[in-house]
Design a protein around this ligand. Structure first.
Ligand SMILES: *Cc1c(COP(=O)(O)O)cnc(C)c1O
Length: 383
C-alpha cells in the first residue's frame, strides 16, 4: 500500500499562486476609516468572501479592531460568518425569501428589508415564532436597485403597524455615485435620506460606503459601511487614497524557455518573436481571475519579476500566463521564483484600468486556486 507522507498545505512552497493578505494594513485602514467617520461606528462589509480576501480571517481581524457590525450579501454568507464570529451583528443585504427568513431567525442574522413583500415575509415569520425579529429597513434614494421605492416608503411611514413583530435596528440607503464627489445626486440622496430617517428618529442610520465617507461628515450618520477601501482599494479614482494596500498576488515561474525569431507563443499565435526571445511561463490564468483581456493582442498586462517589468506575451490561457522576459538580465530570477501580478509594482488600480473594469471586480474574481496567506499580528491566529 502506498503511504503518502503528509504535505502541509500551509507550506507556501507547495503553492504556485499566492495571495498575501496583510492583516496589519487591514487594521490600519479600519482605524483610518474610524477617524474619517468621526464618531460614527464603522461596520465591516465582508460580502463575496470579503471581496476575495477570505471571509473568516478578514472578519476576525476586523473584530479584533473593535468592529461589531458586519454586512454580507446573503444568508449563506451570513451563516458562515456567524460560525466564525458568534456574538456580532450580521446584516444580510440581499432582501428576503421565506426560506432566507427562516435561516436569518435560526442564525441570528438581520435581513435588510427593501420591499413591503420583504416586510410581510418577516412579519409573518415573527408571528409564527411568537417573537420579534430584528431587521434593517433599506430605502432606495436614487440607485433603483434594492430598497423601498417612493410609494412603499410613504406607505411604511404612514402605517408603522406594518412593522409589527419586527425590531427595526437600522435604517439605511446606498449611494449611486459616491465615487463621483461632484455629482449632484450625492446631495440629493443625502437630503432624501435625511427626510426618511426623520420618520425613524430613534433608530440608528447608515448611508455611506467607502467613497461616501470621503464626501463629508454629514454622510456618515451613525454607522458607515466601507468595504473596498478597507481592502486597500482606491475609493475615488485619481484622488490620493487614504488607505494602505492589503493584497499581493503572485504566481510561480514554472518554466523558462528560449525561442527563435519568428516563433509564436500562446493560443492562436497572436504574439510572434521579432528576434530571439526568452519567455517565462507563470502559474496563473483566467480561471484564477487573471483577466483574459490582458492578452498582448488586447490590452497587454505586465508582471513584476526579478526587479523588472515583463509584459504578457500572447493570449492569457486558463491556467497559464506567458510573459516576455527577453530584456531581463540572466540570473535576475530563476525558475521557481514568484512573479508579482498585483502589489506594489503592479497596482490593483493599474490592473483594473487595463482590464477596463474596477478594482472590486478584480478582487472578487481572485479564484479558489490561490493559496490565501495572512501576515501581520492578527495572522498568527489564522495560520
Ligand atoms: C457593497 C456595499 C457596500 C460597501 O461598498 P464599498 O464601495 O465597497 O465601500 C456598502 N453598502 C452596500 C449596500 C453595499 O452593497
Amino acid at each position: 500500500m502506498t503511504v503518502f507522507p503528509p504535505l502541509a498545505s500551509a507550506d507556501l512552497a507547495a503553492h504556485d499562486a499566492l495571495l498575501t493578505i496583510d492583516l496589519d494594513a487591514l487594521a490600519v485602514n479600519y482605524g483610518r476609516y474610524r477617524a474619517l467617520a468621526v464618531g460614527a461606528d464603522v461596520a465591516g462589509v465582508v460580502k463575496a468572501n470579503a471581496y476575495g480576501l477570505g471571509l473568516a480571517p478578514v472578519a476576525r481581524a476586523l473584530a479584533r479592531e473593535g468592529c461589531r457590525t458586519f454586512f454580507v450579501a446573503n444568508v449563506h454568507e451570513g451563516e458562515k460568518l456567524r460560525a466564525a464570529l458568534p456574538g456580532t451583528t450580521i446584516y444580510t443585504l440581499n432582501g428576503l425569501t421565506e426560506e432566507a427568513a427562516k435561516i436569518c431567525a435560526r442564525f441570528d442574522l438581520r435581513p435588510c428589508l427593501g420591499s413591503l413583500r420583504d416586510v410581510d415575509i418577516l412579519a409573518h415569520l415573527a408571528k409564527s415564532l411568537s417573537r420579534t425579529l430584528p431587521a434593517a429597513l433599506h430605502f432606495d434614494t436614487g440607485l433603483s436597485r434594492l430598497g423601498f421605492d417612493r410609494t412603499e416608503t410613504a406607505k411604511l411611514i404612514a402605517d408603522k403597524t406594518l412593522l409589527n413583530g419586527i425590531d427595526v435596528s437600522l435604517v439605511m440607503s446606498h449611494l449611486a455615485r459616491s465615487d463621483e464627489p461632484d455629482e449632484a445626486l450625492n446631495g440629493l440622496q443625502l437630503s432624501r435620506f435625511k427626510a426618511i430617517r426623520a420618520a425613524f428618529p430613534d433608530v440608528p442610520a447608515s448611508l455611506a460606503n467607502s467613497a461616501g465617507v470621503l464626501l463629508a461628515r454629514d454622510y456618515a450618520f451613525d454607522l458607515v459601511r466601507p468595504g473596498f477601501a478597507i481592502y486597500g482599494g482606491t475609493p475615488v479614482d485619481g484622488r490620493v487614497s487614504p488607505v494602505l494596500p492589503v493584497l499581493k498576488a503572485e504566481a510561480r515561474v514554472l518554466h523558462i524557455r528560449d525561442i527563435e525569431a519568428g516563433d509564436s507563443a500562446g493560443y492562436n499565435s497572436t504574439w510572434t518573436a521579432k528576434a530571439p526571445a526568452r519567455l517565462a511561463i507563470l502559474a496563473v490564468g483566467y480561471a484564477d481571475g487573471y483577466p483574459r483581456v490582458l492578452s498582448s493582442d488586447k490590452n497587454a498586462g505586465r508582471v513584476w519579476l526579478g526587479g523588472h517589468y515583463a509584459p504578457v506575451a500572447g493570449r492569457v490561457s486558463m491556467d497559464l500566463l506567458i510573459v516576455d522576459v527577453s530584456h531581463i538580465p540572466v540570473g535576475a530570477f530563476q525558475c521557481g521564483d514568484m512573479a508579482e501580478l498585483i502589489g506594489p509594482h503592479v497596482t490593483l488600480d493599474e490592473m483594473a484600468a487595463k482590464a477596463k473594469t474596477n478594482g472590486y471586480e478584480v478582487l472578487t474574481r481572485l479564484g479558489e486556486r490561490y493559496k490565501r496567506h495572512y501576515t501581520g499580528k492578527a495572522a498568527t491566529a489564522e495560520s
